[in-house]
Design a protein around this ligand. Sequence first.
Ligand SMILES: [Zn+2]
Length: 628
Amino acid sequence: MGIPDEEVAQVRAATDIVALISEHSALKKVGRRWSGLCPFHTEKTASFSVNAEEGFYYCFGCHASGDAISFVRAMEHLDFVDAVRLLADRAGITLHEDREMGRDHKRRSELLDAMERAVQWYHERLLRSPDAGPARDYLRSRGYDGDVVRQFRLGWAPDEWDALATALKVPEKVLSDSGLGFVNRRGRAQDFFRARVLFPICDPSGRPVALGGRILPQRGGRAAERPEPKYKNSQESPIYSKRRTLYALNWAKHGIIAQGEVVVCEGYTDVIGCFQAGVPWAVATCGTALAEEHFTLLRNFAKRIVLAYDADAAGQSATSRVYEWERKHEVDVVVADLPGGSDPGDLAGTDPAALARAVKEARPFLQFRVDRILAGGDLSTAEGRARAAEAALTAVAEHPDDLVRDQYVMQLADRCRVDAARLRDRLDHLRSHPPKADPVRARRGRRDEPPPRDFPEDDSDPFESDHRANPDLDIALRPGPGIEALKLAVHRPEDVVDRVHAVLFADPVQRKAFVALLEHDSVHEAVETASPEVANVLRRVTVEEPMAGDPELGDPVDSVVTVLVRGSVRRALAELEVESRSGVVPWEVRATETAQVRLWLDELEESSSGRDASDRLVAWLAEREAGV
Ligand SMILES: [Zn+2]
């Protein structure tokens, strides 16, 4: 499904790249560019730069670079078309994709619109309406003040059939497709949520896509006569997929990036509890187990994932798949050991410091499981220790890495006072004969063997390849006169055009970058048509400002050109020497030429004749190269 180039350009031009990136990392204005912590790698000092006018970003740490579209692709894990669509949506541009896609897109924005209005309506209802009194009391009793209610945009669905449907006045189809309501048996629009405190669930950019609703405790008569689940969530819809959505990611992402880790809870109140306990980098799955899609989403933000479930849930969650995801997505999964039976939401109310500590002292997933198995066993008798070791070994056997397994074997040998060699034999047996109790899982375990570490992943994406360490790239990017000259060529083209020549660039990538700038009307066009290495260099020099003039040193154009010319001429003279020694060029010719060039080289340093000498030397270099 292609989007015409001119529409892509239109979307790019309409996108405020600083606002876009600011949703993931706080940017500060430094001179003409913007700078902040890189959203693609963990760092403590800002090495990420954005040039707002050209619409490029570049990281001096991990060399990530690109424009608004590649940023969205990397962050949201979207393909090109979806990334453009998302940006078009933000910028209010209607793409003329084929009719069906257009309809689909319109449908989505209608649903998002309805959801936003519903969230606002419910929120105001909670803040102001008399019938929301008990809800406000309940929230206060949980320690949620007005700030918390406003930060998380909590709402109140009144105890009525159709209060929202009546207030919103959206078409029935929108009401039911968004999950906000449905058409009842008598053909009337009816609300989906009734008499519940509501937690809006947003996409990472903060647009509400669904709601989670909690009933108030002790609602007397009604609760007894019509028992209802404590929590009720929006159904999946065209704008809401449980497996791809994490509650509060939109609020937590700055904290996650700053911290380099994300705390994953089970419930909305757990997340809010974490925020209140000084851990504002928590999210929750929305009524579903942690799925691989969640990892795909999270690894954009942090490399360490802390599970903060109540202990039983954590022990049973996903198990062997967690190791697979750890490897595949290069993240570490650790578990916060919450004191007996408590969940983060409760703990935040009773002992917020304990919650923060449990997160800080989170243990590797396997360690957590082994500890729990041993804690549940009787280690005071030989039989008890053997049983506990055997049980723990089953957990150890699921880990895919033999080095890791062996460390746990030694640990178990110690703690259960069993011979390590015996445990290793037992472990080998367990590995070759997976437990038969759950044949489905055993089969799945084999089929889902973790892929090799360098698994191919959308290698068609030039942006991704920019992330990989590339030794050639590093030379081209190393600070020096070449990079300075390119910065000047981008930021002060009029001062550079007749002074800098491609021949002055020793590095082939820098040279191609310079030629690309000469050949195109805008940096953007140059980047578009360039190879990934060259594009990367161009983006880098676009986000950086050239050196400023200095009363002592004069205009940087002069000093940069001088340094470049001197370097190029010295290289050329050395080559000339080799050529003459090998007899390609007669000695007298070389001697005359060399003498003249050396004279110009001396003049280069003098302020009166420097410019002239520099121009002559550049001409000489160019002629030499052209073979004149
Ligand atoms: Zn970076």
